[in-house]
Design a binder for this molecule. Sequence first.
Ligand code: SF4
Ligand code: SF4
Length: 152
Amino acid sequence: MPKHIVSGLKYLESVELRKKGLSQKEISSQIGVDRSTISHYLNGRNISMDSIELAKTILELNPKDFILISKVLFDDFDEIRQIIEIFNMNHYEPQIDDGCIGCGLCVDLCVVKSISLDSLKAKINPRYCCGCLMCVEGCPTNSIKILEVKNG
Ligand code: SF4
Ligand code: SF4
């Protein structure tokens, strides 16, 4: 079953990138699916409606559930980053305050690897942050804030 869900997500990614004007070749290269499969997707072939509906449901989940399910579906955090970018889920502004003690827990908790330590302070790259709040929940000093950027 997970394979079918991944196919559904790849289908939705293909359609979204096509709407953004990418060619089949560019879509194939960006999402790592061979060109003939992309062609089938865009012609509505070789994909079941159940897979598409399941994939749509995953994209509509709250950010934490989306991240937890995506982690199970994909071995590779780059795949999850790609979905976040393609579907414009990354409209969050992370902030770290001075209470950070550099313990690194948040680095391990961030599934899309948006957090690093710099001089024993956490630093968050907003590019792939989808607002799952797992870092906020795990921080022992309550030093992280994730603000939603409206109309992002
Ligand atoms: S979990 Fe909190 S205290 Fe630890 S590094 Fe991250 S922001 Fe700093
Ligand atoms: S909210 Fe925190 S854990 Fe979640 S994606 Fe953003 S930086 Fe990573």
